[in-house]
Design a protein around this ligand. Structure first.
Ligand SMILES: Cc1cc2nc3c(=O)[nH]c(=O)nc-3n(C[C@H](O)[C@H](O)[C@H](O)COP(=O)(O)OP(=O)(O)OC[C@H]3O[C@@H](n4cnc5c(N)ncnc54)[C@H](O)[C@@H]3O)c2cc1C
Length: 371
């Protein structure tokens, strides 16, 4: 089956359940099953491990299409891809079957980085591993983990036992000592199950991704490029859905006493035009960034930093404008524009936050070190 056909089958399932997932704040189980069965969980993993071997452009298309149907499903999908690409960059020797299982959909992954102590500075865990005879003892309190209690493996950060460098471990969900706390409710992406989790676990050292202390480099080289690009794609998908809904509604809604549609009003038309133009320019930039991942260049880092911030902020403006032009029809929820608006608010908050990325980008173009 080609990528497009796989994607259409997942999008159909995600669209069907999106309204209820949002209203009830339930994990989108049917969409995730469809993702597992489609092979799309392995979209960017190499064919040799059972993945589809696709690249950044295809990932942008896949994630944005799913986001247009159900933002929660798209973010769950992105966290899986980000975890899988990190494992692919440095497979843990103690879990030789992990990568093929992440590729074929047997295993759903997520990232467990954020800690209350360092907030959105995800690169700086404050929890610290200890050693015992069997391996490593982790005692990490993670403040937000997408797919908490639903994923099969958590790619988890902590400070190294011997130095204050960062380690990343793959921790299977059936490891004793993992618990999910709280019943997470967000204003958007309400199906994400982004609950706090505790990892009070003992794992072999061979579950570590890469060398001791290599976690920070993995975050920069494997996590950030894929996560930032995919997060931008979520923003683009939500923006597209908002533009489509706004055009549809304002074209159909009638002012009968004037015998015209809402879109006949010049102010509405101008708003629609601005939304559409901002969406097009953002999509071009996102694909330009995808190109810099596919074929690295001198300015790849700038694109990795800029793409998420730009697309997140564009989505804030576009979905806000959609709420405005659709008026009460959007406010009363039946258009689902409010869902796109609420889901879009997550992007700029998720780490690296848009403001942190602007700061990093500014440092990069003025020759200052990022950290
Ligand atoms: C829907 C959702 C899903 C998530 N899923 C995951 C997940 O799967 N795994 C995971 O590890 N985490 C996840 N997170 C957590 C996320 O990545 C952030 O860590 C979390 O949102 C931090 O929020 P905070 O308000 O504590 O950040 P804070 O650090 O308190 O930020 C508050 C404000 O300060 C600003 N700020 C902070 N530092 C700087 C700086 N240096 N320069 C400029 N401005 C700054 C921020 O931009 C923000 O505007 C998720 C979050 C959300 C909302």
């Amino acid at each position: 089956m080609d990528l497009q056909a796989r994607l259409e089958s997942v999008v159909a399932v995600a669209r069907e359940s999106a309204k209820k997932v949002d209203a009830d704040a339930t994990f989108p189980a049917a969409s995730v099953t469809a993702l597992r069965e489609s092979g799309l969980l392995g979209i960017t993993l190499p064919v040799e491990v059972g993945g589809l071997g696709a690249g950044p452009h295809e990932l942008v298309d896949a994630i944005s299409s799913v986001a247009g149907a159900c933002g929660s499903t798209a973010m769950i999908y992105l966290m899986h891809v980000s975890a899988a690409m990190t494992v692919a960059a440095a497979p843990p020797p103690g879990l030789p079957d992990l990568l093929p299982a992440l590729a074929n959909g047997d295993v759903l992954g997520s990232l467990a980085f954020s800690e209350a102590g360092s907030r959105s500075h995800f690169w700086a865990p404050v929890s610290k591993a200890r050693r015992n005879r069997a391996g490593m003892l982790l005692d990490a309190r993670k403040s937000w983990v997408t797919s908490a209690g639903q994923a099969d493996v958590y790619v988890t950060s902590t400070l190294n036992a011997d130095t204050d460098t960062v380690d990343i471990f793959a921790i299977p969900a059936d490891t004793p000592g993992i618990s999910v706390s709280g019943d997470w409710r967000g204003m958007g992406l309400r199906g994400n199950a982004s609950n706090p989790m505790t990892f009070d676990v003992e794992v072999p050292e061979s579950y570590r991704l890469g060398d001791a202390g290599g976690g920070f480099d993995l975050m920069l080289q494997a996590v950030m490029p894929w996560f930032n690009l995919g997060n931008a794609a979520v923003s683009v998908g939500l923006s597209q859905a908002a533009v489509d809904a706004a055009v549809r509604h304002t074209s159909a809604a009638k002012l009968e006493h004037l015998d015209q549609s809402l879109s006949a009003l010049p102010t509405i038309r101008a708003q629609l035009a601005k939304m559409s133009i901002e969406l097009s320019s953002t999509l071009s930039y996102v694909h330009q960034a995808a190109g810099r991942l596919a074929e690295p260049a001198d300015d790849t880092v700038l694109h990795v930093l800029g793409v998420k911030a730009a697309a997140n902020d564009a989505a804030l403006r576009i979905t806000d404008a959609a709420m405005r032009v659709c008026g009460g029809a959007a406010f009363s929820e039946h258009l689902q524009v409010d869902r796109f608006f609420r889901d879009a608010r997550a992007g700029s908050v998720m780490a690296p936050t848009a403001d942190v990325l602007y700061d990093f980008y500014g440092k990069a173009i003025t020759g200052q070190p990022l950290f």
